[in-house]
Design a protein around this ligand. Structure first.
Ligand code: SAM
Length: 280
């Protein structure tokens, strides 16, 4: 993947953002693995683009007999994840530096019962998806499951939020990421991609983050997440969308203030999309 399709961000800022986001998402989703999967049949799991390793560690702690392998191409994420695995004494969870878009990945055929990937839309371009799903097919045991968890931008009653989220979607679009200029739109497409790659029984599990102002804790976390993402993307928003620094700062100031109003209501949807590699 070209360097251009990655964000210009301070790695530590991104690490801290992902750690906080992991907590919110785990709380909202509740099920560590989708309810269609029988955990007693899962001996080995691969977590693609594992970031700070929050999901891998959580599933490893819940199922200590299951081996969990988290991979990411960021040294910082892997170092942090490995340190967390040591601190939390999770000897069944391992982390390795790996580019998940360089195929074949360094695992033999039929290695995993479950392959998980969360928020991969941030770096997998549409043209790469079917190839990635086919590589996962190779790595899955017959009867194994792939589970992708992705999100859609928030629906709210605030016009400034609409505007800044549209900046985010359009920057992603410029970078060749996402599936529409108005939404992320990965969830509706993914079912077709799973079928194209040969998976059966594709299923959606939707979850909702209600971060309306009255939902104080989640609201604050989501607002900080949004503002951080906007700052991570600031250079590209200004350069690619011709937004001046003054307009950027004014809009960020406005959104900070408006989301605190009592009547602010907003829902973000997260989807887990599951497909099964048939038994031979
Ligand atoms: C949006 S974060 C999601 C992290 C994690 N899945 C989570 O939900 O917390 C995307 C992650 O993918 C990693 N990444 C980006 N490109 C990658 C690649 N080609 N191969 C492996 N990991 C990659 C990034 O370093 C980052 O940690």
């Amino acid at each position: 993947m070209s360097r251009d399709s990655k964000f210009d961000f301070d790695d530590n800022t991104q690490l801290m953002r992902l750690i906080k986001q992991d907590r919110t998402v785990n709380t909202v989703i509740g099920d560590i693995i989708p309810p269609s999967i029988d955990p007693s049949k899962v001996e080995s799991i691969l977590d693609l683009g594992c970031g700070p390793g929050g999901w891998s560690l959580k599933v490893g702690i819940a199922y200590p007999k299951t081996h969990v392998m988290g991979v990411d191409n960021s040294e910082l994420m892997i170092r942090y994840s490995q340190a967390q695995a040591q601190i939390q004494k999770t000897s069944n969870v391992e982390f390795r530096l790996m580019d998940v878009l360089q195929w074949p990945m360094d695992f033999p055929d039929d290695s995993f019962d479950l392959i998980y990937g969360r928020f991969l839309v941030s770096f997998v371009q549409p043209a790469m998806w079917v190839g990635l799903l086919m590589e996962c097919w190779r790595l899955l045991k017959p009867g194994g499951t792939i589970c992708l968890t992705e999100f859609e931008i928030a629906v709210s009653n605030n016009a400034t939020l609409d505007k800044v989220q549209n900046w985010i979607v359009r920057v992603l679009h410029h970078m060749g990421l996402g599936f529409s200029q108005h939404h992320i739109a990965i969830a509706p497409v993914m079912r077709r991609y799973l079928k194209e790659a040969g998976y059966i029984a594709p299923q959606y599990f939707p979850y909702v983050i209600d971060w309306s102002s009255e939902n104080i804790e989640i609201h604050e976390e989501q607002v900080i997440n949004l503002i951080t993402v906007l700052h991570i993307m600031k250079g590209r928003i200004m350069m690619l969308l011709n937004v001046t620094e003054e307009e950027f700062e004014r809009s960020v100031g406005q959104i900070r203030e408006e989301v605190e109003h009592d009547d602010f209501c907003s829902l973000t949807t997260i989807y887990s999309i599951v497909g099964v590699k048939p038994e031979i």
